[in-house]
Write a protein that binds this ligand. Structure first.
Ligand code: UD1
Length: 422
């Protein structure tokens, strides 16, 4: 297994290109299952999660061709000859459940294994299933698989989500495009990835209104056509690299960055004393020498502070001046990075969903272990601010969501290298 070695150093300077969003791409790819015509995605990120989704779609009979070094994905689902999403693929990635809505909507039946994914909480899929039931599907859970049927096709209905779920909103939205009649999704997620999905589906001929608000209305159509769509910028990769100069000083321009993708996050950077400037090509982040101010953070659905940036923000707060309180409201077990940061000299006290971080002057490099995707990258950020060498083990989590992290950070002056393991 590969490791990443980071040696703490001084200010960073330069530009980091931000890739297309992993989470958007993982919902845009299954959208190919809705149409017999080709769907092409541009600005796709080169990640192992994308390879897993490719493998899953291919197992269902879709063709997926990766072009231009993986940045273009040409997909065609003309002949779907299998409607069973197998456990062996699905267990690797929770987003696999997103093939259920499209297959059910197009062909009236699908069997999908219950998913796995990052170990950051229970993460059931009950909201997805309730949404399909509201559209007339019959569901049965058997041997770890969801067996879904809608013999006469899905019917439009009202889906009221009891709380916000990104994945359930995406799955229901895709299914509703081919349901008979009107579907109204209430308390829908408003994430930029949902807006991106709706825009792509509209290019394919879907009739959708209200994406980006809490009520999305979909008028079902008989069929969808092919389209070409660029994947929206990855706001989590963006936020992560914005924290690099914040944590060890310097000035970095994140190419492709947009304030509207990271508004709540930028407010916290501002409160911490970090400058963010919009440029013609993205966002420039600067941090002069000296410690940042401690700020409190509560994770919320968009447009609130994203849970996917909580671990990275904690890494910054470890060396802030003062005490910060980080509250995790989305996932119940998402402080697994805290014990590793403590091994690097951080002062963190976790109680249930709250972590209290007392800033220390300096972290010290240590061997640490990545336990999930965002935790992995938070340890790399912490390593940038630490004295000496930090060895981040088990970086396969990282490769699920960050392409060429050592190259992107190395190009702005970080001392970082990947060491291949057995
Ligand atoms: C997506 C993102 C993930 C991000 C999360 C929250 C993808 C591929 N992943 O995950 O990176 O951290 O949004 O922004 O886009 N829940 C249920 N029942 C359900 C569905 C969800 O109880 O049927 C719970 C989850 O356990 C969690 C909360 O709802 O506590 C929010 O989860 P959700 O928004 O669905 O996250 P994902 O779509 O899995």
């Amino acid at each position: 297994m590969d490791s990443i070695i980071v040696t703490g150093n001084g200010p960073l300077k330069g530009q980091i290109p931000i890739a297309g969003a992993k989470n958007a791409c993982l919902t845009l790819m299954p959208a190919t299952l809705l149409s017999e015509e080709p769907l092409t995605l541009t600005n796709a990120p080169r990640l192992s999660d994308i390879a897993t989704m490719t493998q899953l779609l291919q197992s269902l009979g879709a063709e997926v061709t990766s072009m231009q070094d993986g940045q273009v994905l040409a997909m065609s689902s003309h002949d779907l000859d299998n409607h069973v999403a197998d456990y062996d693929i699905v267990r690797k990635m929770r987003a696999s459940i997103l093939v259920l809505g499209p297959m059910l909507a197009r062909d009236g039946h699908a069997v999908v294994s219950l998913p796995g994914g990052c170990a950051i909480g229970a993460r059931p899929v009950d909201l997805h299933l309730k949404a399909f039931e509201a559209m007339g599907a019959e569901l049965e859970l058997k041997d770890g698989y969801v067996h879904a049927k809608a013999p006469g096709g899905l019917k439009g209905g009202e889906v009221v989500f009891p709380f916000v779920s990104v994945g359930a909103t995406e799955n229901a939205l895709m299914a509703a495009t081919l349901a008979k009649g009107t579907t109204v999704l209430k308390n829908a997620a408003r994430e930029p990835e949902i807006v991106d999905l709706a825009q792509c589906l509209r290019k394919m001929g879907a009739e959708i209104e209200g994406e980006g608000t809490e009520t999305i209305t979909v008028q079902g159509v008989d069929r969808l056509r092919g389209a070409t769509h660029p994947v929206v910028t990855d706001r989590i990769e963006l936020g992560t690299y914005m924290l690099a100069p914040a944590i060890c000083g310097g000035e970095v321009e994140c190419l492709g960055g947009r304030i509207d993708l990271v508004g709540a996050f930028c407010e916290k950077l501002d409160a911490a004393g970090i400058s963010v400037e919009e440029t013609a090509n993205g966002l420039k982040v600067g941090c002069k020498n000296g410690r940042v101010r401690a700020v409190d953070v509560t994770t919320e659905p968009f447009p609130g502070f994203p849970t996917d940036l909580q671990a990275q923000m904690m890494a910054l707060m470890c060396t802030a001046d003062g005490t910060s309180v980080l509250e995790e409201k989305i996932f119940e077990n998402r402080f697994m990075h805290a014990p590793e940061l403590i091994r690097m000299g951080a002062d963190i006290d976790v109680h249930g969903g709250t972590a209290t971080v007392k800033g220390v002057e300096r972290l010290k490099g240590a061997p640490v272990m990545a336990t999930d995707l965002r935790a992995s990258v938070s340890l790399i950020l912490a390593g940038l601010a630490a004295e000496g060498e930090t060895v981040v083990n088990r970086v396969y989590h990282l490769d699920r969501g960050y392409e060429r992290v050592e190259e992107k950070l190395g190009n702005v002056g970080a001392r970082i290298e990947r060491v291949s393991g057995s």
